[in-house]
Design a protein. Structure first.
Length: 222
């Protein structure tokens, strides 16, 4: 009987510990790290003589910022994050030698809701919707003079998305996650200095094909 009680106590303790990370009342605090890289080739055909030309765009960026979440129920948390980053776009033009380089500094905020699906409460997935706002200011490098000029353009982007991420808890208090898929609707407003503004709407689906998005967080609470 004594052995049974000891085994039951050990089992309950292990069960409690394994659920500790995602149970109601817990909180997480961490940092997001992201890197993206994309290469775009644009083929243009002249309808008058059927001649063709190719424009090459290379886009790369990095962002980082803090994140916080609170578990409103077991395996369900709500949270927010802030970010700051830079993006660089190199436009090789159409059959040109000197490329044009554009740099943007951006910052933003996100709120999200996520549902966790865990295997043995050690590794699993989390999925949920999010709303995001970001703002960016751009500058352009002149390929002739090699001078960098702030062109005064500003970009405001509003995004509604659903993301799927993989989660791993190497210890009771430490978690790591990586975004593996994202479906988003983006509304972008670009204000050009002395040239008015432009609105753009797009629907995007990404699956580990244009960058890396990681989150490292500490679990505390109940």
């Amino acid at each position: 009987m004594k052995k049974i009680l000891i085994l039951m106590t050990t089992f309950l303790f292990a069960f409690k510990a394994s659920h500790a990370q995602t149970e109601k009342g817990n909180q997480t605090l961490g940092v997001n790290l992201g890197f993206n890289y994309d290469k775009i080739n644009i083929l243009s055909i002249n309808p008058y003589d059927n001649s063709s030309s190719t424009q090459n765009l290379t886009i790369s960026g990095f962002n980082a910022g803090p994140n916080y979440s609170y578990f409103i129920a077991d395996k369900l948390d709500i949270g927010t994050s802030l970010s700051y980053g830079t993006n660089k776009q190199t436009d090789n033009g159409i059959n040109t030698v000197n490329p044009t380089k554009q740099t943007s500094n951006n910052y933003g905020a996100t709120i999200y809701l996520r549902k966790y699906f865990m295997f043995q409460n050690k590794i699993g997935f989390r999925v949920g919707p999010s709303l995001d706002y970001s703002r960016a200011n751009t500058s352009v490098n002149n390929p002739i003079s090699n001078a960098t000029i702030n062109n005064g353009n500003t970009l405001n982007e509003y995004t509604a998305s659903i993301s799927l991420g993989m989660v791993y808890f190497p210890s009771k208090k430490l978690g790591v996650s990586a975004t593996i898929a994202n479906l988003s609707y983006n509304h972008t407003n670009i204000n050009y200095l002395n040239y008015g503004h432009q609105n753009q709407d797009s629907l995007n689906f990404r699956f580990i094909n244009d960058g890396l998005s990681l989150s490292i967080f500490y679990v505390f609470g109940s």
